[in-house]
Design a protein around this ligand. Structure first.
Ligand code: OOG
Ligand code: MG
Length: 261
């Protein structure tokens, strides 16, 4: 018997998978008509369910903004998703990998907004003017789809595989730095496994921020003051193994360290 798919049902199914730590096949396998616009409606419906449950929006994440990420996932289009207050990891606390399905970690450049940013027509330069601070971050992603196998509408509906994020404690003024040249070393147990510069993210992380403002404006939404913006993985994400410590060291943005239990 086939059950009819709706925006509300897809949102509930994905939240249930998250709560139960149970991965599943791509929704588009069962609902081929799920297009990008409908997928963003699923993402917004999922957010409404979270808010009804007492959660609060903390910002927005971008996904698939760099070539290494796009190549790994086989999708060449960036996307946006919601950050909520159940996601930030307290500094120093370990990632409990058993709380998640198959977590992976990726280094990101993180903005905090000082002013509202409303598209369309936002450029990287105007976007950067709205940023009050920049720092380093590690995002923990955890697709609700088996083996991280999905199409663009699937991953948009799944809130871009969001799970947790860790923000650094060295806040810098973005206007005094060349963020395209900012270097990142991704390390496992002290050994560098990948490197990138800020240019990996759309040429400059502020391009990703502009893209978020312009993408949200199509749904009548703005980026709000105080929000955290994860601009997207600079490198491919790495799987987590309990006992490992994952660290991203940046030239000017400091170091973020995440022990995995
Ligand atoms: C989708 C989320 C991508 C990023 O920074 O590129 C993302 C995924 O890779 O599962 O968060
Ligand atoms: Mg990410």
């Amino acid at each position: 018997m086939s059950v009819e798919w709706t925006v509300e049902r897809a949102a509930a199914v994905l939240l249930e998978a998250e709560a139960a730590r149970a991965d599943r096949g791509p929704i588009t396998d069962e609902w081929p008509a799920l297009d990008l616009e409908t997928a963003y409606r699923v993402q917004d419906a999922r957010l409404r369910l979270k808010l009804a449950d007492g959660r609060r929006v903390t910002g927005v994440k971008l996904g698939l903004t760099s070539r290494p990420k796009q190549q790994r996932m086989g999708i060449d289009s960036p996307l946006t998703a919601w950050l909520t207050d159940d996601m930030p990891l307290p500094p120093g606390a370990p990632l409990i990998t058993g709380d998640l399905i198959h977590p992976r970690v990726e280094p990101e450049i993180v903005f905090v907004l000082g002013r509202r940013l409303t598209g369309p027509g936002i450029t990287a330069a105007t976007a950067l003017q709205a940023v009050s601070q920049v720092t380093a971050g590690l995002e923990v992603i955890d697709s609700r789809y088996t083996d991280f196998r999905f199409t663009l509408p699937d991953v948009v509906a799944d809130n871009a595989s969001s799970a947790r994020y860790l923000i650094g404690d060295l806040w810098r003024d973005p206007h005094t730095l060349d963020l395209a040249a900012e270097q990142c070393h991704l390390k496992i147990n002290g050994k560098t496994v990948d490197t990138a510069t800020g240019a990996a993210v759309q040429g400059h992380p502020a391009e990703a921020l502009a893209l978020a403002a312009n993408t949200l404006s199509r749904r009548g939404l703005s980026l709000e003051p105080g929000w955290t913006i994860l601009t997207g993985g600079l490198t491919d994400a790495i799987p987590t193994t309990p006992g490992d410590t994952i660290e991203a060291t940046f030239t000017n943005l400091g170091t973020v360290t995440l022990p995995c239990h």
